[in-house]
Design a protein around this ligand. Structure first.
Ligand code: NAD
Length: 368
């Protein structure tokens, strides 16, 4: 199988679909790998590392038309999709939950198989292929580093000759993959941490990381939602907002990660609550791209309201592009291992549960 790694064209993207270490493994699997010159530079991977890993340079047009599988993080343009050869496979994050038109757009290329990695099912077998978890973990880590850098105080408790400094107080809203990594990172930096989540299973995980779990009675049961959170009632959210207010007003940093797939993020931190936070406090909102957990979040911007800094950024994984690309590529590699034989040839079984879940743009994915 010929695999092509494309240069990302999306502004601000620093990651790449495969890091050189993953390319080495693809070559060991007897796949032939091509890459666009300079594609890895923004992730800190020079062309020489791809060449040493066994890949070959190719121009974009040749790569698109000649490869059996083409990998790029962001959706390919129509002009690029037009060039893909019949039965070619295109891999990336097409996010049909956030872009309602994407399925119809890629559906206009019926001979191309588009695999949207963000649609990976939450099953045990698919865990090692879960790109969203890989990126969420980095985002949670980066959120704490960003919060610590903006805070005009220390995170750890310090006892110095000049006086004592108490530990920073961090509040984490949403204890999924990103939230748990934020808790772990804030704890490693010495902060005291409290966290909210609606999933019953989150409590034990939060406690095991040395944080306090704040319980709000009456959350809707999420079992049966395939590992995803479910929409909560307005009455529950109102009670939760009151609890959040009581704690946020005493916190130095609030990390927002609460999301419900396919919906606007729940507002948990109101403008009134921000008004009660101490000047110098920081809100880092990872839910910004779906509206944010903070009422005052502006996606892609850092704003200051009454001395509180609010950073709205759902793409913090791009701040750590080398690791992000390595994990992303390994996730894709684990997917390909299911379908590539010992001679490096791929036979995609379109009826396989995982491919049925991630293939988009086909009216009847199983039949075609
Ligand atoms: P997510 O990104 O969908 O949501 C983030 C968190 O926000 C979730 O924990 C959710 O419960 C929480 N949330 C939603 N509404 C809330 C509210 N009103 N208040 C407080 N919190 C709220 O979640 P995620 O990070 O993808 O992970 C969710 C769970 O799924 C985790 O247990 C994770 O380990 C699991 N998971 C399993 C697999 C797999 O088995 N393959 C893959 C990914 C995630």
């Amino acid at each position: 199988m010929k695999i092509g790694i494309l240069q990302e064209t999306h502004p601000g993207e620093t990651r790449i679909a495969f890091a050189p270490k993953t390319v080495e493994k693809l070559v060991q699997m007897r796949c032939t790998v091509f890459f666009e010159p300079g594609a890895g530079l923004r992730s800190s991977f020079p062309d020489s590392e791809y060449l040493s890993a066994g890949a070959t340079k190719a121009g974009r047009t040749d790569l698109l038309s000649d490869c059996d599988l083409v990998a790029a993080i962001h959706p390919l343009s129509d002009a690029d999709l037009t060039r893909i050869k019949p039965d070619g496979v295109v891999l990336g994050l097409y996010q049909p939950y956030n872009d309602p038109d994407i399925e119809a757009r890629v559906g206009r290329f019926p001979l191309v198989h588009v695999l949207s990695l963000d649609m990976m099912p939450r099953t045990t077998i698919a865990q090692s292929m879960d790109v969203l978890s890989s990126m969420a973990s980095i985002a949670g880590y980066q959120a704490v580093l960003a919060g610590a850098a903006l805070l005009p105080r220390y995170f750890p408790m310090l006892i110095t000759a000049a006086g004592s400094i108490p530990p920073a107080k961090v509040l984490v809203l949403g204890a999924g993959v990103a939230g748990l990594q934020a808790i772990a990172t804030a704890r490693r930096l010495g902060a005291t941490v409290e966290a909210f989540d609606t999933r019953a299973a989150a409590k034990e995980e939060v406690l095991s990381l040395g944080a306090k779990f704040v319980e709000v009675e009456g959350a809707v049961d999420d079992r049966g939602a395939g590992g995803y959170a479910v929409q909560q009632s307005e009455e529950f959210l109102a009670r939760q907002r009151a609890e959040v207010q009581a704690r946020a007003s005493k916190s130095d940093v609030v990390i927002c990660t609460a999301q419900v797939r396919g919906r606007k993020a729940p507002i948990l931190l109101t403008a009134e609550t921000v008004g009660q936070m101490r000047p110098g406090s920081v809100v880092v909102d990872l839910a910004a791209s779906t509206g944010g957990n903070c009422e005052l979040t502006q996606d892609g911007q850092t704003v200051s309201v009454n001395g509180v800094t609010i950073l709205g950024n759902s793409h913090l994984a791009a701040r750590q592009p080398a690791d992000a690309s390595t994990l992303l590529g390994n996730n894709i590699l684990n997917l390909l291992k299911l379908f590539v034989d010992k001679n490096g040839q791929a036979a995609f079984d379109w009826n396989h549960d995982i491919l049925r879940a991630i293939r988009i743009g086909k009216a009847d994915a199983a039949a075609s």
